[in-house]
Ligand binder design. Structure first.
Ligand code: MN
Length: 485
């Protein structure tokens, strides 16, 4: 499934690397004790350190260090027992210190990898270049006054993990899969809530193009701060086509930072790209190098949960699911838990089918997650039991499921109240069949004359006559017997 841009001069491929800024789940900020709750009143969660007051000294928050190591392990990455915090100097009104404390030459986490589950069931591995810890800046609010900008420093000093990928992605689709997969891993690890709406996960995309077959990287542009998976994919598609147009018209791409305007569906220049030397990085003299021993890492490793890739593998082996279905089910931890509760002691493939097709269909339509599902795992399991013991047919089960969604009632009650129990008793089914055969002698003759496919029509008639309650197996058995002269 290679993604190619057809140009006038030939085929082009897109090359993308991502930088994800993920807010660390921690009660306090990276270097201060101020709280980090989302939605608090402006400037109510700001310590003197976060406000950049002179003489204040940063103190590293151990929880944030643990979270970064935990994330590194989840990304199968090299953990660096010695790392260094560096000052990244720049001026902006929402950065009162005049520099961001980040990591430059020696990050806490080195190279790792993320496995993408492709729609055809195959996988693709994207390299991780590094993960470093850094502070977030405050927030400038430009739309509250026509002449003033307001500054909210609540976010100032909040711990971020910057996760930098290698330029390994080759299509907007892969970028979408990568973002979702990283988010899924972070959520499993509980190191970042992955909530892009609230800004706790933001992403910058480095995009370039090159003719198919060329191996050198061409000049890239960085699209800053895109806050939804869909917008990132759209931005990359637009940006890649823009590069192709520029090259094919004899132009050159300037390295620059661009913004994506989701209303117009286009990117536009923000500023020319600054280079690392513009920031005058140097080790922060207020902080010692960050050092920990192997036991610290081992302790965190021992506490890791089962991650999506391992869970997927287990679902394939233990439940006999396809790679694709298993991938869908493990993407969110809550969904995987729900499925396992439904599948427990039942036909797992059937359970997967009901969860993916029927339940997710409803949840998507209602725009809610499995935690707000109108149908509990217990009740969906019962519905499958009712099919297994022939109380209801698969066809009726779909109706019962719809009523479960509307009313939240359990399937036993619904079947009882509405008299939906399947007729397996042959008497009423035989009677219905006799009547249908008597009313349709031509169809009977056609069937006997070799039109086997008419059996479907007869089953349909019996179902109609019994309001869908006839057991289809019993029904076709009797039909075949009676129709055979
Ligand atoms: Mn950064």
């Amino acid at each position: 499934m290679s993604y190619v841009i057809k140009g006038d001069t030939g085929d082009w491929e897109v090359v993308v690397g991502l930088e994800i800024h993920a807010q660390v789940i921690s009660k306090a900020k990276l270097f201060s004790g101020a709280p980090t709750d989302f939605g608090a009143g402006p400037n109510t969660q700001v310590s003197f350190i976060d406000a950049g007051m002179p003489g204040m000294l940063p103190v590293i928050n151990e929880v944030c260090v643990q979270q970064a190591v935990r994330t590194g392990l989840g990304l199968k990455a090299k953990i660096n027992n010695l790392s260094v915090f560096a000052r990244k100097n720049y001026f902006y009104a929402d950065l009162p210190q005049g520099y961001q404390i980040s990591q430059y030459e020696l990050p806490i986490v080195g190279e790792g990898e993320v496995v993408l589950d492709m729609p055809d069931g195959s996988t693709r591995t994207i390299g991780i270049e590094r993960l470093h810890l850094e502070q977030d800046a405050g927030k400038s609010i430009h739309d509250m006054s026509p002449s003033k900008t307001f500054i909210d420093l609540n976010r100032s000093g909040v711990a971020l993990m910057e996760i930098v990928s290698k330029p390994d992605m080759r299509s907007p689709e892969e970028v979408g899969l990568y973002l979702r997969k990283v988010r899924s891993i972070l959520r499993y690890l509980e190191t970042c809530d992955g909530n892009m709406d609230e800004g706790s996960m933001r992403c910058d995309a480095n995009v370039s193009v090159r003719p198919v077959g060329e191996t050198d990287l061409r000049t890239r542009c960085e699209i800053k701060n895109v806050n939804s998976v869909r917008f990132v994919m759209q931005a990359i598609e637009y940006e890649a086509k823009r590069h192709v147009d520029v090259y094919e018209n004899g132009g050159e791409i300037k390295q620059e930072t661009r913004l994506y305007d989701s209303n117009k569906g286009e990117t536009r220049p923000m500023r020319s790209k600054e280079f690392a030397h513009d920031y005058r990085y140097f080790p922060d003299p207020d902080l010692l190098p960050l050092e920990f021993d192997d036991a610290f890492v081992a302790g965190i490793k021992a506490d890791l949960p089962e991650l999506p890739d391992d869970k997927k593998e287990r679902f394939i082996n233990d439940y006999g699911l396809t790679a694709y279905d298993a991938g869908v089910l493990v993407a969110e931890k809550e969904n995987a838990l729900y499925f396992e509760e439904v599948a427990n002691g039942r036909d797992a493939k059937q359970a997967a089918n009901w969860v993916i097709t029927n339940l997710f269909g409803v949840l998507n339509k209602q725009g809610v997650g499995v935690s707000e599902s109108p149908v509990s795992a217990k009740n969906l399991g019962r519905l499958i039991d009712l099919m297994a013991d022939n109380t209801i047919s698969g066809r009726l089960a779909k109706d019962v499921f719809e009523i479960m969604v509307e009313t939240g009632k359990d399937p036993d009650t619904i079947v009882e109240e509405r008299g939906l129990k399947q007729i397996t008793d042959t008497g009423p089914i035989e009677a219905a069949i006799d009547k249908i055969m008597a009313d349709n002698p031509d169809k009977v003759a056609d069937y006997r004359g070799g039109k086997d496919k008419l059996i479907g029509w007869f089953v349909g008639q019996v179902m109609q006559a019994t309001q869908g309650k006839a057991n289809p197996g019993v029904c076709s058995e009797i039909l075949k017997r009676k129709l055979t002269p």
